[in-house]
Design a protein around this ligand. Structure first.
Ligand SMILES: C[S@@+](CC[C@H](N)C(=O)[O-])C[C@H]1O[C@@H](n2cnc3c(N)ncnc32)[C@H](O)[C@@H]1O
Length: 253
């Protein structure tokens, strides 16, 4: 790496900031086809409960009030489908993701879903969202923000596209803080997950990156401060499953 280059980390590896997105894109292009299956296997289905908590925070209206969600780094559309299912007939979701392979897997899911007409997939970067100011009632991002090279830019963009009174919710892995279990979780993360990744997707390195990137992500209090820096108000967070996951939220007021 040249001195003077702005740098960041790709997992534990220091890389020029300008190179990170390409490396991240390689990871998700490689695992896209088996991504949903791997989520179930490596979290023993727990990601469903974490995502349900996110949907409860987003709280789409059950009646016929129009409601527009933007799910950033939405990948295969898991959050979008859940929000549309939970909401009324006028709840719609836009999935934006930078990775064409993840979006392709999402569109294939939509083709066999009953609510496909209410979910759309758009290729775009969380750091420069291709949407006008104040165009969504809610913005979510699940297990996506730690992959974005310039996190503060992505938070600024989430704030920009939200309507006044709209809610932002972000689900992300955090650090297990239960003494005794933390060591076990560490062993599981660094040994079992990459091995499972190798068997299911043929790519252990992709899952090693995912585990390392979790360790490098800011602690919940620090991340809450970053959300506030982007202009969100009433920022709060909730720790789930002994610290494995944190759910942050804030409002555009
Ligand atoms: C771990 S997946 C999460 C997918 C989905 N939100 C879920 O919970 O199942 C992370 C996603 O972030 C996307 N991503 C990474 N960098 C991005 C960026 N700069 N802008 C938009 N999406 C990005 C990846 O392509 C990938 O689909």
């Amino acid at each position: 790496m040249r001195t003077g280059d702005e740098h960041t980390y790709f997992g534990f590896k220091p890389v020029p900031l300008a190179d990170k997105q390409g490396l991240v894109d390689g990871v998700f292009a490689s695992v896209a086809r088996r991504y949903d299956l791997m989520n179930d296997l490596m979290s023993a289905g727990l990601h469903r409960a974490w995502k349900d908590a996110l949907v409860t925070t987003i709280n789409p209206p059950r009646g016929n009030r129009p409601f527009a969600l933007l799910d950033v780094a939405g990948g295969t559309g898991d959050i979008a489908f859940r929000v549309v299912d939970a909401g009324g007939a006028e709840t719609r979701a836009t999935v934006v993701d930078i990775n064409a392979e993840m979006l392709k897997a999402g569109r294939e899911r939509a083709a066999v879903s009953s609510c496909s007409d209410r979910v759309i997939f758009v290729e775009g970067n969380a750091e420069a969202l291709p949407f006008p100011d104040r165009s969504f009632d809610a913005v979510s991002i699940a297990f996506g923000i730690r992959n974005v090279p310039r996190i503060q830019e992505a938070l600024n963009e989430a704030h920009r596209v939200l309507k006044i009174g709209g809610r932002f919710a972000c689900l992300e892995f955090s650090s297990m803080d239960v003494p005794g279990l933390d060591r076990l979780y560490e062993l599981y993360s660094f040994n079992v997950i990459p091995a499972l990744g190798r068997v299911v997707t043929g790519d252990a390195e992709a899952y090693r990156y995912l585990v390392e990137s979790i360790r490098r992500f800011p602690k919940p209090r620090t991340f809450a401060d970053m959300i506030e820096t982007s202009g969100f108000r009433r920022v709060s967070f909730q720790i789930m499953t002994g610290g494995i996951v944190a759910l942050h939220s804030g409002w555009r007021l």
